[in-house]
Design a protein around this ligand. Sequence first.
Ligand code: NAD
Ligand code: UD1
Length: 335
Amino acid sequence: MNILITGGAGYIGSHACLEFLNAGHQITVVDNLSNSKFESLKRVERITGKQIQFYETDILERVKLNEIFSKNKFDAVIHFAGLKAVGESTKKPLEYFQNNVCGTINLCEIMKKHDVKNIIFSSSATVYGDPESVPIAEAFPLSATNPYGRSKLMIEEILRDLYRSDEKWNVVLLRYFNPVGAHKSGKIGENPNGIPNNLMPYISQVAIGKRKNLQIFGDDYPTKDGTGVRDYIHVVDLAVGHLKALRKIKDNSGLKIYNLGTGNGYSVLEMVKAFEKASHRKIDYKIIARRSGDIAECFADVSLANKELNWKAKRNIDEMCADAWRWQSKNLNGY
Ligand code: NAD
Ligand code: UD1
């Protein structure tokens, strides 16, 4: 199939590009490189020996986006493009709504105009807010506590309404849990700007000596060891989930929503131990106060994706840490 991948130069997008190319699809990436480097795509081309058509374009640029759709006949769009830093979103809510929500509306209008009605959207486990229980199933109540999360919820609603208005659309909302790790080659991986907000890139930077120690946000949660528990999923398993979702769309699946996680929860301390084992480095840490907005425990019920997409995450936390470490140690300053 001929696929448009928005945000394809980013962390998850670049891993998805690699899997789509290896599966024999033709791909075009639209990315404004606001949080990524073109180098990621060059490396994907080198690893796969295949080519990517690339447009350095913002999805908010209607005229350019329209031209891209006029020049190409896409079968489906995988929509990763978006801003994703929770803390930043509380300081710049308008930017987040403009980029994520207006960007998606723009994209969908142009897709509609060109009769491209298949879309897979990157949603997040953040749409479950603070869940009443775990594991979290797709039918759980939805809520948001920050502008980033709200932008994801709004986009989900917009895509739902779009499908209701015209059932020729096929929409798959993929709710990712915590993507970590990197491709086995060690050539592509997560490349955060500045100080990482998320656990795994922070631990990786402590391991290479770029940061002094990890600050663990609270050890008084009602969890196995008091630290926060999350469902970490290897980014390659996540990328493969998109391939499976695309297969689903081919059967005119309508509107579908799937959790993409492993179904297992690991604590911060367990992740630190697993990373120490993979890297043979000591991760110094200190316990500090809870981070505002954090929840105790979050992991997925993945039975729906197992059943309907025939997809299951295969890689365990040792592999996640080993691959994250390979990427980080071979690329001390990222791309
Ligand atoms: P990322 O920042 O690495 O990738 C996003 C890409 O989109 C970047 O390359 C950025 O340059 C591009 N982009 C942003 N705004 C754009 C615009 N207006 N026009 C064109 N390109 C634009 O992030 P990621 O971790 O790869 O996440 C991909 C998607 O998955 C995002 O939508 C994110 O919200 C979602 N998600 C990520 C996580 C996670 O933990 N990484 C979890 C849940 C959901
Ligand atoms: C974050 C986002 C969430 C997003 C998810 C997946 C925030 C507040 N939430 O959630 O919206 O959907 O990523 O991308 O950013 N931790 C530390 N020290 C650190 C970093 C993290 O102890 O320096 C802990 C956290 O308290 C948490 C766990 O590690 O218990 C994972 O944190 P993180 O990687 O930021 O992911 P989430 O909090 O799940």
